[in-house]
Design a protein around this ligand. Sequence first.
Ligand code: UN1
Length: 508
Amino acid sequence: MQNTLKALGLKEINDGCSTGKNWFANGEILESYSPVDGKLIGKIKTATKADYQKAISAASDAFKYWKTIPAPKRGEYVRQFGDKLRAKKAELGKLVSYEMGKSYQEGLGEVQEMIDICDFAVGLSRQLYGLQLHSERPNHRMMEQWHPLGIVGIISAFNFPVAVWAWNTTLAWICGDVCIWKPSEKTPLCSIACQHIWNEVAKENNLPEGISCLVNGDYKIGEYLTEDTHVALISATGSTRMGKLVGAKVAERFGKSILELGGNNAIIITENADLDTTLVGAVFGAVGTAGQRCTTTRRLIIHENIYTKVKDSLVKAYGQLKIGDPLDEKNHVGPLIDKDAVKGYMSALERVITEGGKIIVPGGVLEGKGYESGCYVKPAIAEAKNEMAIVQHETFAPILYLMKYKTLEEAIDMQNGVPQGLSSAIMTLNMREAELFLSASGSDCGIANVNIGTSGAEIGGAFGGEKETGGGRESGSDAWKAYMRRQTNTLNWGNTLPLAQGIKFDLG
Ligand code: UN1
């Protein structure tokens, strides 16, 4: 690991703030411990309010320059950033795995998501199109243009410590915005590694300070960002509780926000499902990233005629899961992020029982050799009712709830019958069932899949969800529009001034 840290520019004690080539920080020390082995990975000096202000002023200055650079040229810098990520994929993937605890394969996958969004953003930098409209007046032209917003504040979560930042920052950059990133306190070293990579691009191209700023610290940094009128857009990923606070604060000052909050994702398994692919999709969806994705499969809604068969094959598959060091590729499940997460998992399992659920694959915390960090837990399965309070709640851990249905309409009601609305799936080879699920009478989620699980979305689609998930959309499709402001232009090239709506205003 030491070589990996060195290759990524990480030291024993790191300044947690950067505006480009400058690194600084005058606040308290934050320590980053790995959930893999409980060892201290490195220390980070966090930001004070004054450090934050320094980042804001660097970003404000940078915006004046950056917005004048042609978008395809900004795309060229993002292309270089993507190339550097390709070169550092193994090291960054390893750090993600070690600091966050996801499997090395998933760590590499996360860096691949960064590379993919870079490619997407490069192409997009030549496609920031607006509409051309017909005016009701003669000799007039109407059009829409998209202009950059200014400073974008990115608040990211521990579970995707690098990819979600990249979704936001690469689009924001090509749109002409500058960014300030407040990463999770649980994965600060990943953020520092990413900033080093961007700083290389900035240095090699003589770019000014402030296009990408990093500000490590606790929730106070999040508050500074959300309350600061200099920050035009806040893109926040995390819990619904956090999103409610951020959304309200930003709206109060008429700022814009993109919220990507909790999920409570279900797969409907119909009688017409291919049970082999269903099993892979359901198990990866439920235990991948140890159940800590916002897209994790938390509920399986199974047709009563195949319920026992599906249940038995799930129990068998869970019996084969290997839990342990996520850097060892034979393991399927790594640790939870920290001991608080373990507590949350344990209390959720207790609540399942007190609320009337039945545990069929018991959970528990693993102890002994290889599990010294105290963060390894067993993926659990419970039979439960959709209405139970614990089932309605997102527990960021590998607990899967099974429930039965009779009619597809009933299954869709159950799938939709939770406060969250991020991802959903149906497993069926029957096109009528699939189309109903995708129709307006089907899933109410931002993501609805057929014959794949709820997690593992590609960057090319718009990512996000409805209801308590917050309504934001990030990454692909036309999500870029949220990082820009729309301007409607009407241009008169005639020699009279006809007014719209036929209004007469004659000066005689
Ligand atoms: C998240 O958990 O916040 O679709 C993001 C997925 C990943 C992104 C998850 N591409 O599971």
